[in-house]
Design a protein around this ligand. Structure first.
Ligand SMILES: Cc1cc2nc3c(=O)[nH]c(=O)nc-3n(C[C@H](O)[C@H](O)[C@H](O)COP(=O)(O)O)c2cc1C
Length: 317
């Protein structure tokens, strides 16, 4: 292996789990179900392509115990493990696209949500997942709770920063003991800066520190590039847990810049791995010129919106 790409292929130990390299498949809804052969095929293929960690797509918390069980999710975990990667899953509060705002949730809804996360963690543990990730990013419900603009609650889940962080922290505290029993890692995805939501990096650092204290093992910052690649992830590396950077890192020099400057410990490649699941192997083997490059045409997002199996205009796979 060429020395210049070595930072991408250094293993990383997180608690008792070993990631074989620094390349992560970030959560992406690909519209193939989860307890399906099509999902096993799609995620398994990305694992075979060489990523170290597959984070399975945003999965509605209410599906656990209903459509999704330990036994029907197990084949998905096995497909990812067979490809040599660790398997985590992102858990999304309530139904994706539902117009729930923080103020709409009654105290009973919040208790129900925590119970859903508890059940989801139990089921993920039974399925054999290596990690679980609450989805706190991209303007969805948990991100809205964090926002002084979006969170209009007047109870203990709103108001000052500690109130606005409370739900995220309680979710992590709910799943941490289950993760401990099962040997699962706890990840958390957060958007580090959102002017329209009225917060920036300083507030996000306070949240991240509290999340780590509550038991988060890996912080996933999305999107994490403002100017330089990974610049918005960099401040979080001082919190003592590995940090994932994401956004436009399918260009190898950008991914290497993030790692070499210590702006993050792991790089996630999203659309680039929709376009070419063999991105990691091709980089490792010096075959970068063979990579099917994501041209940012956003056909994958269009598939997502249409509710059809997400594919790539460059490589239908
Ligand atoms: C089709 C598609 C589905 C996505 N679904 C999710 C999701 O379920 N959860 C999430 O946090 N981000 C989701 N994302 C965002 C990606 O995880 C990633 O952060 C984003 O694509 C930027 O990385 P990239 O430039 O490498 O593609 C999705 C992106 C795409 C293209």
């Amino acid at each position: 292996m060429n020395n210049s790409i070595a930072p991408l292929f250094a293993p990383l130990q997180v608690r008792h789990k070993t990631l074989r390299n620094r390349i992560v498949l970030p959560p992406m809804v690909v519209n193939r179900g989860l307890a399906t052969p099509a999902a096993c095929e799609w995620y398994g293929r990305r694992a075979q392509g060489g990523v170290s960690l597959v984070i399975v797509e945003a999965t509605n918390s209410i599906l656990f115990g209903e459509e999704l069980t330990g036994s029907n999710l197990r084949p998905l975990v096995e497909a990812i493990h067979d490809g040599g990667a660790l398997a985590a899953i992102q858990v999304f509060p309530f139904r994706r696209g539902q117009s729930t705002a923080p103020a709409d949730l009654s105290p009973e809804d919040i208790s129900r949500l925590l119970a859903q996360y508890r059940l989801a963690a139990d089921i993920c543990a039974a399925a054999g997942f290596d990690g679980i990730q609450p989805h706190g990013a991209h303007g969805y419900l948990l991100n809205q709770f964090f926002s002084p603009v979006r969170n209009q609650r007047t109870d203990g889940y709103g108001g000052d920063l500690s109130g606005r962080m409370r739900l995220a922290i309680e979710i992590v505290e709910t799943i941490r003991p289950i993760a401990d029993r099962a040997g699962m890692l706890v990840l958390y995805r957060h958007t580090p800066l959102r002017d329209d939501f009225g917060y920036g990096i300083p507030d996000s650092l306070i949240l991240a520190e509290a999340l780590v204290t509550a038991g988060v093992d890996i912080l996933d910052l999305s999107p994490s590039s403002g100017g330089a690649p990974g610049d918005r992830a960099a401040p979080f590396t001082r919190l003592g847990v590995p940090v994932i950077a994401v956004n436009g890192l399918d260009r190898v020099p950008r991914a290497l810049e993030v790692l070499e400057h210590g702006r993050a410990d792991l790089v996630a490649v999203g659309r680039g791995l929709i376009a070419d699941p063999d991105w990691p192997i091709k980089v490792r083997e010096g075959r970068q010129d063979e990579i099917v490059v994501c041209v940012s045409c956003d056909e994958c997002h269009a598939d997502l919106r249409r509710g059809v199996a997400v594919g790539c205009a460059e490589w239908r796979n």
